[in-house]
Design a binder for this molecule. Structure first.
Ligand code: BES
Ligand code: ZN
Length: 596
């Protein structure tokens, strides 16, 4: 086991570690509060008489030792912006359980309380949590670092017309009294604690998979995610059994700030994956892959974030290859390479933030993590696959997931394990791979794998003829998928005339696309070229969708000119109340927004 010091937690799990959490809470939509008790079961390894927890914006009412009786002394430390406050509790070496009576603040950063108007149904409110990276502490007092694991159980009471679901075993129908009981018998880190409450329905997509969504969306969601069971089978055939029993997906309202979040047993997903043609399901492959890389074998601190995300992108692409073929997977790989190059350009090719191993001490991990972890991580693992051969690499990876199951690992532990179990002191392999320059060095090492997508070559041919004057309507685009279009749009020349923009739009209908990825790629061109016909759709997108990955680049682009900044601020004033704290804290920074 590791005890790498976590720079983002006040907890001291080397002394006293939480092994189980029991939550007994009421979800109150009137006051926008979660209130009740968190009972923590302790393993006091050092016979300590103090116990440290993470909290942020929580109101602690009292703290009790054991399950019922004596109140104990506690204190809250000074607030440190994004880290919150240490909660220090007096215990004895014999204390087995500590019960904290508390409630959350209406502005808790993990929580988004939606008005009925922000849901598909329009009639009932909705609540969902987002705990990663260090937001669990805003709704549960806990040891909020990824290096600590606990099992959990919960009793959640809410309105009887709503259903509650968690990253645990879940109901499939509403109860009469609005009370739900949960248990998660596999130990998980706090960033995987999750809860959603709303007017939910369930539909099965396989023997151990299904979808939750608002009633009006559940059929569409089940259709879109029909291949989930195939993906689970593919994943298992690659890297060993699925260890979490069920795999369900909840499709949330559009303000969900991420594409997906790998909450165990229940991936949280944006409704923007429902493109109507199953073209965005690699997101499910990604979140499913986290059931191994991340949820089973977990980064010990956020500095090792690439162990979660880089492994997951690699695994995602392998699942996609197995289910949909190499041609499809190579398009994804080439898009990954573009994303990586953009990230390196944005950060600067010598920036320490382009190392796989990060140093996020003193920074909010939520702002510090970038595409580097995802795609440089992916290409590093792909380099090993290509250098060593797929078969030995796959057995190694499978053994790695087995060896570290339900544990945290650091970059150093992984590298050591790699050297011991795969490289076996082979100097040539070391020379070829250059582990240290990938892990501890900047930019993209020159031995990076080359990706060549035949499909994208076809796209480039069409793009060339368009640039040479062929009207958009005459291009050979008949069987193009979302990914072909993404490659096309991303590689449009930087300078376009308004006639050219209109020609593209007339032929291909980008502005009126219902596909969020296409819109996300197209709108930067709309902004840069002041393409008036695109503004209404841009505004609708920015006010309707809260996914940070789309919002951040669009607001950033808008903010580059005085006119754009004015437009951005006007839109943001309307849109901000509909965003999750994760998204509005990022956009506040970009627009230098002071709360009004
Ligand atoms: N775990 C991440 C989301 C995350 C990362 C939340 C860091 C908070 C802090 C999730 O698995 C993810 O990577 N989501 C991506 C989807 C993708 C790469 C297919 C997203 O939301 O865009
Ligand atoms: Zn991920």
């Amino acid at each position: 086991m590791t005890s790498a010091r976590d720079p983002h937690s006040f907890a001291k799990p080397d002394e006293v570690v939480v092994t189980h959490l029991h939550l007994d809470v009421t979800v109150n939509f009137e006051t926008k509060q979660i209130a009740g008790t968190a009972t923590l079961t302790l393993n006091n390894k050092s016979g300590s008489d103090k116990f440290f927890l993470d909290t942020r914006d929580l109101t602690i009412e009292r703290v009790i030792l054991g399950k019922g009786e004596p109140e104990t002394h506690y204190s809250l430390g000074d607030a440190v912006s994004y880290l919150g406050q240490a909660l220090t509790i007096d215990i004895t070496p014999q204390t087995k359980d500590v019960t904290i009576v508390y409630h959350t603040n209406p502005n808790a950063a993990a929580l988004q309380w939606l008005e009925p108007s922000q849901t598909a149904g329009g009639k009932k409110p909705f609540l969902f949590t987002q705990s990663q990276a260090i937001l669990a502490r805003t709704w549960v007092p806990c040891q909020d670092g990824p290096g600590v694991r606990m099992t959990y159980s919960a009793r959640v009471k809410t309105r009887p017309d709503l259903m509650a679901v968690m990253s645990a075993n879940n109901p499939t129908t509403k109860t009469a009294d609005g009370v739900y009981e949960f248990s998660m018998p596999q130990p998980i880190p706090s960033y995987l604690l999750a809860l959603a409450v709303g007017d939910l329905a369930f539909k099965s997509t396989g023997t151990r998979s299904g979808v939750y969504a608002e009633p009006s969306m559940v059929d569409k969601a089940a259709w879109e995610l029909d291949d989930t069971e195939k993906m689970i089978k593919a994943a298992e055939s690659l890297y060993g059994p699925y260890r979490w029993d069920r795999y369900d997906v909840i499709v949330l309202p559009p303000s969900f700030p991420f594409g997906g979040m790998e909450n165990p047993r229940l991936t949280f997903a944006t409704p923007t994956i429902l493109a109507g043609d199953r073209s965005l399901v690699s997101l499910v492959a990604h979140e499913l892959a986290h059931s191994w890389s991340g949820n089973l074998v977990t980064n010990a601190t956020w500095n090792d974030f690439w162990l979660n995300e880089g492994f997951t992108v690699y695994f995602e692409h392998r699942i996609m290859e197995q289910v949909y073929g190499r041609t499809y997977a190579e398009m994804l790989a080439q898009l990954s390479m573009q994303d990586l190059q953009t990230a390196i350009n944005d950060l600067g090719s010598t920036s320490p933030d382009t190392h796989l191993k990060l140093n996020l001490a003193g920074r909010d991990p939520d702002e510090g993590v970038s595409d580097i972890a995802y795609n440089k991580g992916y290409f590093f693992l792909r380099l090993m696959e290509e250098t060593i051969g797929r078969e030995p690499w796959d057995s190694f990876l499978k053994a790695y997931f087995e060896a570290f199951a339900f544990q945290a690992t650091t970059t150093e532990i992984f590298v050591q394990y790699l050297r011991e179990h795969l490289l076996h002191g082979d100097k040539d392999l070391e020379q070829t791979i250059k582990i240290d320059s990938w892990v501890y060095g900047p930019g993209l090492p020159e031995n990076a794998p080359k990706v060549h997508s035949e499909e994208f070559a076809k796209v480039e041919t069409q793009l060339n003829s368009w640039e040479n004057g062929a009207p958009a309507a005459t291009l050979a685009t008949k069987d193009w998928t979302t990914h072909h279009w993404l490659h096309f749009i991303r590689n449009l020349p930087v300078n376009l005339s308004l006639q050219q923009m209109a020609d593209l739009d007339r032929a291909f209908g980008f502005t009126k696309s219902g596909n969020s990825e296409i819109l996300g790629a197209w709108f930067p061109h709309v902004i840069v070229h002041s393409y008036q016909q695109g503004y209404a759709a841009l505004e609708k997108f920015l006010t309707g969708v809260g996914r940070r990955k789309f919002l951040k680049p669009l607001y950033t682009k808008l903010a580059e000119t005085p006119d754009g900044l004015e437009r951005a601020r006007r839109i943001y004033r309307k849109a901000r109340p509909g965003y999750h704290p994760v998204s509005y804290s990022t956009i506040d920074g970009i627009l230098k927004w002071q709360e009004e």
